[in-house]
Write a protein that binds this ligand. Structure first.
Ligand SMILES: [Zn+2]
Length: 295
């Protein structure tokens, strides 16, 4: 399986649930690989229509008022991608195909158009088309709990891993392109010791009314599960700028940020991953998602 000659040698695919997740969880990594000339492809599964809105000026956008937050967040995501230097961004099945499901247990979970209710194989088919087009060697996704239990994050995990399998099966929908096996699959992670220390520093900085707890943060695991550490200080500014672009969702203050709940968290330029499919390309921890990948 060789790549088409017009594709860059290194290709990274990230699957995220809502606009803003990509910047919070993987912003520095995306900026780094884009700057290094890799093809960075972001697939976002929903428009984040169910989000809350920070600040009174745009409060009318929310689902219980104008219900126009999704369209607004497309613009925020465009600005975030510009800040990260990432040109290739798609919404799964096209913008608005799958609606934000809201937090687990709310009535929006039962809307037939929401991502939580999506047929998994149909949703995965949209992603298979992207995989076979851009032929990534590396996929970054969430764990089976979606990192922290949000229905759209859980579904994003299921769809990403289903597409990973289906894309490699030559018998599956050949009209979507030539089968492609992704060499390495990672879950986004946050080592427990890192977030505990970071939250202490956020508390000491005192920039927000409250401070988050580790269970508010996606992907927290015991340090020993982390296989791969990307220390990206050169891209801290790009990550912060991308997070600021999601202004209805995120307030950035120095090295810290808060979501609409006003609970501060550390804004970390170092990002962490767990290799779950494929072989590590170096002694652990790896420092490059493409370690050991033939390009
Ligand atoms: Zn999200």
């Amino acid at each position: 399986m060789t790549a088409a000659p017009d594709l860059p040698p290194r290709r990274l695919l990230l699957v995220h649930a809502h606009p803003d997740d990509e910047s919070i969880v993987t912003g520095a990594t995306m900026a780094r690989y884009a700057a290094e000339g890799a093809l960075v492809t972001l697939v976002t599964c929903t428009l984040g229509e169910g989000g809350e809105v920070i600040g009174p000026e745009l409060a009318h956008l929310t689902a219980d008022r104008d219900d126009t937050l999704g369209a607004h967040r497309i613009g925020e995501l465009d600005a975030a991608m510009a800040a990260l230097g990432v040109a290739d961004h798609r919404f799964l099945g096209g913008p608005g195909r799958y609606r934000d499901s809201g937090m687990m247990g709310v009535t929006e979970n039962t809307r037939p158009d929401c991502f939580w209710q999506a047929d998994r194989d149909e949703a995965a088919g949209h992603l298979v088309a992207v995989v076979r087009e851009v032929r990534p060697q590396v996929l970054v996704a969430y764990d089976e709990n979606g990192g922290y239990g949000h229905p759209d994050h859980i579904q994003a995990h299921r769809v990403a891993l289903r597409a990973y399998d289906l894309a490699a099966d030559p018998a599956y929908r050949p009209e979507l392109g030539t089968a492609w096996r992704i060499a390495k699959v990672y879950y986004s992670r946050m080592p427990r010791s890192v977030i505990e220390q970071g939250l202490k520093e956020t508390a000491a900085a005192g920039g927000f009314p409250g401070v988050a707890v580790p269970s508010d943060v996606p992907g927290v695991v015991d340090d020993g599960l982390v296989t791969t550490v990307l220390d990206n200080p050169a891209y801290a500014g790009a990550k912060a700028a991308a997070m600021r672009a999601h202004a209805t969702q995120i307030t950035v203050a120095g090295d810290h940020f808060a979501l609409s709940n006003d609970l501060g968290q550390p804004l970390l330029a170092t990002e962490y991953f767990q290799l779950v499919h494929g072989e590590a390309g170096s002694a652990l921890p790896e420092t490059d998602l493409f370690a050991g990948v033939e390009v």
